[in-house]
Design a binder for this molecule. Structure first.
Ligand code: NAI
Ligand code: ISE
Length: 341
């Protein structure tokens, strides 16, 4: 391995360009060796000013470029399976943005391919696990001082959804974060989903079922509810309150700077995830770089990526049918028995 881990970044859109900047200037121990995007103008713009980087239209050409030792996948979800399998075939470690693979069959093929190789190569980009407040919440739940968790109440609001965002994506793109966070915080599997929806907001694009109210049951007898509202118009808000037998703990309470002016006082509300979770993305990518340079893997596994997709898929079926829908999980390969959850 070189002194600086040479990374190929696939996809140079919102997340990809941000990760290129982070690898180049935000974390230590890595350099951007290649950037790929079918929109080569975007790839060139993201790579501008970086020494020794090559730019490609095809993802596989970037994987084979000089100096590439690891891959960060930030292309749209449907492109992830092909990229992950191509990286595994070359023995390259991967950090893959969520959802790992949106459909559970494809996600399972990725799990099986990694398990066949006998060692972990993939980390999935569920960055909430690296957010300071979520980590404190996890520690409080794990040390047992609050007793057994009974319920998680979660709120996930975006100012607006990008073009082409569908009603299913509220669950398989947005709520996928709460699915992973709930599995991780509780150390339990989600076993059934019910989705209710109020009359859509007037602020939502025509035909989009926004907001939605998603209720999960777990194999440990807990309940997890999620308000997902992706066109709320007023701020990026992500909260999670755990209610336990002896107390509650809440993460994400907008306790930033308090501004007082013209007779009113108020807190600033971030407008998007790149601001709210900036520190979490930094810690996530640093953890991946450090582990990869030490020849190991860390963080959310391909199994966690698969489980999130299987739960989300049940959620999308529940949205369509209006019915409580059980989650069907495949047997977990031995490679993932120690999940670190
Ligand atoms: N962790 C988080 O909080 C967030 C994660 N994401 C995830 O990041 C990924 C990318 O999302 P955005 O950057 O918002 O999308 P985007 O649409 O801004 O950018 C995607 C880019 O990938 C390129 N692309 C398309 N097919 C490709 C391929 N086969 N190989 C390489 N590049 C390809 C597109 O031309 C585009 O430039 C998605 O998986 C999304 O779910 C997105 C937002 C936040
Ligand atoms: O991952 C993300 C987006 O893809 C998704 O569309 C948003 O709803 C989330 O807040 C963001 O973190």
């Amino acid at each position: 391995m070189s002194e600086l881990l040479g990374v190929a970044v696939l996809g140079a859109g919102h997340m990809g360009a941000d990760h290129v900047r982070r690898l180049d200037r935000g974390v230590s121990g890595a350099r951007v060796a290649a950037v790929a995007d079918p929109d080569t103008a975007r790839a060139k713009e993201a790579a501008a000013g970086i020494d020794g980087v090559t730019v490609h239209a095809e993802a596989e050409a970037a994987l084979d470029a000089p100096g590439v030792e690891a891959v960060l996948i930030a292309s749209p979800g449907p492109a992830h399976e092909e990229a992950l399998l191509a990286a595994f075939a070359r023995g390259l470690p991967v950090l893959c943005e969520k959802p790992m693979v949106p459909d559970s069959e494809g996600a399972l093929r990725v799990v099986e391919a990694e398990a066949r190789g006998g060692r972990r190569l993939a980390q999935v980009g569920f960055m909430r696990r690296y957010d300071a407040e979520y980590r404190r919440l996890k520690r409080v739940l794990d040390d047992g001082r609050l007793g057994r968790p009974l319920m998680l109440h979660c709120v996930h609001r975006n100012v607006s959804s990008p073009p082409g965002f569908t009603s299913a994506m509220l669950i398989d793109s947005s709520v996928s974060h709460e699915i992973d966070a709930a599995r991780w915080l509780l150390g339990q599997e989600l076993t059934a989903v019910t989705v209710l929806r109020p009359r859509p907001s007037g602020g939502a694009p025509q035909g989009l079922l926004d907001p939605q109210f998603v209720l999960f049951e777990t194999d440990g007898g807990a309940l997890v509810d999620v308000e997902i509202f992706v066109n709320c118009g007023f701020g990026y808000q992500v909260r999670c309150e755990a209610v336990c037998e002896h107390g509650s703990a809440r993460a994400g309470e907008d306790h930033g700077l308090l501004l007082t002016t013209a007779g009113t006082a108020g807190a600033e509300v971030p407008q998007d995830y790149l601001v709210r979770f900036a520190d979490a993305y930094d810690r996530e990518v640093q953890a991946w770089v450090d582990a990869t340079r030490q020849g190991r893997a860390t963080g959310p596994t391909a199994w966690d990526g698969y489980a999130a997709s299987a739960v989300a898929e049940a959620g999308v079926r529940a949205l369509e049918s209006g019915l409580r829908t059980p989650v069907d999980l495949a047997p977990r390969p031995a490679l993932y028995t120690d999940t670190g959850r």
